[in-house]
Design a protein. Structure first.
Length: 569
């Protein structure tokens, strides 16, 4: 009756026709799905509109979002995670009252069960399934570090800890494991939830420290009991398929798990240090999609050069910068652009960080002799149109890349240098002939990552003259620019920043740059000529993004500075 009256309600409001109502009523009886699910499956209503109309029909509040203030950890702890996710339902605090937030207020059984579990007298509110499931995944398990540590303290001895091989179960459903396993699962989940790129487990003389790297900054998370150090390291080693008995040499491994239904690939590095073994785990989201190159924040001039470069049938395009500057992400965005059925793309990487359909990706294995150079030689016999080399580390690899470019292949690669002009000097230092560099390299992109301001809490302010001078501005040139500073709120974990973006410096190999290269000119002369050719320095691209209100002066200065001699330029 309730479902039929809801159908009448929707028809009277003009949201569905009589035929659509009849169709979903019949299908809900025959296929065993709810009337509401049928409306969504057939796209008669959007999830948002359905939730709004269910709220209007039942006279329950409709919530567009869930803030951290609405979360009551005590309430959440009383309801099994599996139940919350299966029924897209969760207990919250709404306007000071315990509330059951549901996506299906006409399905009474789950609501009654939570009411019974939490002592009754809870009111009901409605939201979309997406909002509820995201909130469940975000806030559950709880920030239960204290509880997990307390359980570990109750363990009498490390020998009593059970180790089990990791399987394909979702970490969030593993609620009844041994405390040491729960701790590792908790550390992994919280890292994924907070968007950490790395987890550091660091042993010291009297303590064990766990830190996350989030948006390039290290944050301390917890100090587990020192006595569980051996068990913790062994658990991670077992998950990564490493030798738990070997504690004298470095080991590298890999863990593939699911966290909140998201596939995560974790690269594990174990290094013996004075007080035990240090572990660093890099988290890679296997479901990640890459932005188009138009969306990664390049200026019109830089984007034009990159597009012109990758449209060529041959030549080398280098992306340069220190470790962690986003070079691989930019490379994958370019590969995403180039990956069409009419070209053959082969890559050689160490490691293969993200798998891209339609591309042949080779993993370097130096232990068996599969180096960048040897893989590259074999790749050139695979009839490629485009070759991507994860990193140009030595003369041999650089030499083969140049030969590939000169014989009709487009080559993409990375280098470790501080600026685009310095890449020319680096290649010459590797022992390459300057005339080969000048005739094969088409353009070079240097980049850094800066944190983006949180749009919820950023505030305008007037920076000091000294700060302005540090980024090459004066009081006159800064007039009219609105500068922002980081503040901090719930949305950004009180950091003032959320996410990162790149700043770029792209040097095209013009005839003048080619002449300087063949004359073995130093980096200063190369930079001066590149700026005359129109190159924007890293600091200048950073200033462009400051003017757009995307980042702060402090962030840009942390990764870039006015190059010596740039002011005269």
């Amino acid at each position: 009756m309730a479902k039929q009256s809801f159908a009448d309600f929707l028809m009277n409001a003009g949201y569905i026709t009589v035929q659509q109502a009849h169709e979903c009523s019949q299908e809900s009886k025959q296929a065993g799905i709810s009337f509401e699910d049928c409306l969504l499956t057939k796209e008669y209503l959007s999830p948002e509109l359905l939730a709004q109309q269910l709220a209007a029909f039942t006279h329950f509040p409709y919530l567009e979002s869930i803030s951290e203030k609405m979360i009551d950890l005590t309430l959440l702890a009383k309801v099994p995670l599996r139940f919350l996710r299966e029924h897209a339902i969760m207990p919250i605090i709404y306007e000071g009252q315990p509330t059951i937030l549901t996506t299906r207020p006409l399905q009474f059984q789950p609501i009654d069960e939570i009411n019974l579990l939490l002592g009754g007298n809870l009111i009901t509110a409605v939201a979309t399934e997406k909002i509820i499931v995201e909130a469940v995944n975000r806030y559950y398990p709880l920030e239960g570090t204290k509880q997990v540590i307390e359980e570990l303290e109750e363990e009498r001895a490390e020998e009593g800890v059970a180790f089990e091989a990791i399987d394909e179960r979702d970490l969030l459903t593993m609620e009844t494991e041994a405390p040491i396993i729960k701790l590792v699962n908790h550390v992994l989940f919280q890292a994924a939830k907070r968007g950490a790129s790395d987890i550091h487990i660091e042993p010291f003389e009297k303590e064990l420290s766990i830190r996350y790297r989030i948006d390039g900054i290290m944050y301390h998370v917890m100090n587990p009991p020192k006595r569980i150090q051996g068990a913790l390291v062994s658990r991670v080693k077992i998950m990564a398929g490493l030798n738990i008995a070997e504690k004298r040499i470095p080991q590298d491994g890999r863990i593939e798990i699911k966290i909140a239904d998201k596939a995560i690939d974790i690269r594990v590095s174990v290094l013996p240090v004075v007080f035990g073994e240090r572990i660093v785990m890099r988290l890679l989201d296997k479901t990640r999609s890459f932005a188009r190159i138009e969306e990664i924040g390049m200026s019109e001039r830089d984007l034009r050069i990159v597009k012109k470069t990758i449209a060529r049938p041959n030549g080398i395009f280098y992306i340069t910068g220190p470790t962690g500057s986003g070079k691989t992400t930019t490379l994958y965005s370019i590969l995403y652009e180039l990956n069409t059925p009419d070209v053959n793309i082969v890559t050689v990487e160490d490691p293969v960080e993200y798998q891209m359909p339609g591309i042949g990706q080779v993993q370097v294995r130096e232990k068996v002799g599969l180096t960048f150079a040897s893989a590259l030689r074999s790749i050139l016999r695979q009839d490629p149109d485009i070759v991507m080399i994860g990193e140009t580390r030595d003369q041999e690899t650089a030499q083969i890349a140049i030969q590939a470019a000169l014989t009709g292949h487009l080559v993409l690669s990375t280098l470790h240098t501080n600026s685009a002009p310095a890449s020319i000097t680096r290649l010459i230092d590797m022992g390459l002939e300057p005339f080969l560099i000048a005739s094969s390299v088409v353009s070079i992109c240097a980049q850094r990552l800066v944190r983006k301001l949180c749009i919820k809490c950023k505030q305008s302010y007037q920076p000091s003259l000294e700060l302005l001078r540090n980024i090459g501005l004066t009081a006159d040139t800064a007039r009219g620019i609105i500068f922002y500073q980081a503040v901090g709120c719930e949305e950004c974990n009180n950091t003032g920043y959320k996410g990162r973006m790149a700043i770029f410096e792209i040097m095209e190999i013009s005839p003048e740059i080619a002449k300087l290269t063949m004359a073995r000119a130093d980096t200063t002369l190369l930079r001066k000529q590149a700026v005359q050719d129109g190159m924007t320095l890293l600091i200048e691209d950073g200033v462009r993004k400051i003017k757009q209100g995307l980042t702060t002066i402090e962030e840009v200065l942390s990764v870039a500075a006015i190059e010596q001699g740039a002011e005269e330029i």
